[in-house]
Design a protein around this ligand. Sequence first.
Ligand code: SF4
Ligand code: SF4
Length: 400
Amino acid sequence: MIDRRDFLRLGTGAALSLAAGAQSAPPAASAQPRIRRYVRLGRTGLEISDISFGSASSSDPALIRYALDRGVNYFDTAESYRFGYAEEAMGAALLGIRDKVVLASKTKAGAAHTRTQMMQALEGSLRRLKTDHVDVYFNHAVNDIKRLQNEEWREFTEIAKRQGKIRFRGLSGHGSHLIECLDYAIEHDLVDVVLVAYNFGQDPDFYDKLRHTFHFVAMQPGLPQVLERAKQKDIGVIAMKTLMGARLNDMRPYEGPGVTFAQAAFRWVLASPRVDALLISMTSKDEIAEYVGASGHAEVSQDDLRLLGIYAALHAASYCQHGCNVCEGSCPQDVPIAEVLRTRMYAVDYRNMSLARTDYAQLGGGANACLACAHQRCLTACPKGIPIARFTRDAALRLA
Ligand code: SF4
Ligand code: SF4
């Protein structure tokens, strides 16, 4: 049996030879792939493309129209994406065809925000989107239960629904307190839809399937359970962060014709009964063709599993799992380790510096304390072996 550390020590060349069926060239995308499956988004009754458009990393109206032409009909944005330009691009792309799509946007409604402030944020989004309503309006990146306990959010969403400015309300989350926030929102009937970080690396079933080949640490059994509770209440579930860090280029040598790592990762998520659909940032026509090519497949093949296993072997030890908070309390200076590592992922893996800097700036002192930390008590706090101190310091140097 080869464990993960052995695999990593062997390096990429040996990993290539270990990976049965490895290929030397990137796969050719089939011509003009299209969305092949539309799914019911829980109690909303909306029918949306199983693979849908996220705009955190692009603000190009032409790309949005291209995705629409490929059959994508759910478009997600947020007031904070690209400093408002993502919403403006969406508004420009959907002018005259707004009724053909399901449109979602988000605001970070805080624990002390009033319904008036929330309404102002929504109206700003509607102006940029050039529409009179969004179909789903999310409380964005919720990682603190106090934001959900603010009754102003519930009141605001009820008023906005009555005024026809939103049809459904949701919660998006990918932080260290994701599970407790989801639990609270589900329990208190605060959501029609949840948008959550969920990928094969967060699914204990994935590690079960590979346990004869590699030893991995499954760290988040709570997330599948809370998503199952959401499904029991017929809440729509959309997955994001489905690529576990999205190091797509690292995987090209292992891919074969018609099977890419991204497609395998999407199939894993879409095969789950816990999830209705997924969102992915689409930044080029080639990406759209590749991503949409996985639509309609809700089964995971052996080839898919092989690719996911290789990816996990290469990257599990550097990927901070969304929703995990096992290392909380290991830092005497209260550095928010998981949140800092997420912003570093945006910078290093996604190469999205604007998103990385925007989110890092919201972390107070961020990882500044790490620059002068001698004791590094966090060093052994991650069961996956993530070198926390090295990564948090690196984040501070890149993003402070
Ligand atoms: S560094 Fe490790 S323990 Fe800490 S949140 Fe990330 S995955 Fe979990
Ligand atoms: S390096 Fe020091 S300051 Fe930074 S997270 Fe670790 S223990 Fe905290």
